[in-house]
Ligand binder design. Sequence first.
Ligand code: ZN
Length: 134
Amino acid sequence: MIKKIEHIGIAVKNINDSNALFKKLFGKEHYKIETVASEGVNTSFFLLGETKIELVQATSENSSIAKFIEKKGEGIHHIAYEVDDIEQEMARLKNEGFELINAQPKDGADNKRICFLHPKTTNGVLVELTQEKK
Ligand code: ZN
């Protein structure tokens, strides 16, 4: 079962400029910056109540974020939903006909195990499942 929106991911060109922009918007600072080398991204997180905003910047030309910005420009990139048991949710959603991008959960930013669902099976929205690492 999907529990709640854990975070919304926003693709940005320059994470320092965007940290300053979103600080102005939210009236508060980001609480962490984290590089996820396996994804070729730098991330920063703002906490708004129970939900987070994740800014994502490509660190290489080959990163999916670089390709996304090239095609669509900066903007909302994905919505991440929190689950208790990611393997179980992946099996359930696969069984329901959704296409999983990752066959196995992988390590994401902010102490999470994650899996993406292909946007072509979710009305064009890139979906991320997240489970807090124990
Ligand atoms: Zn994310």
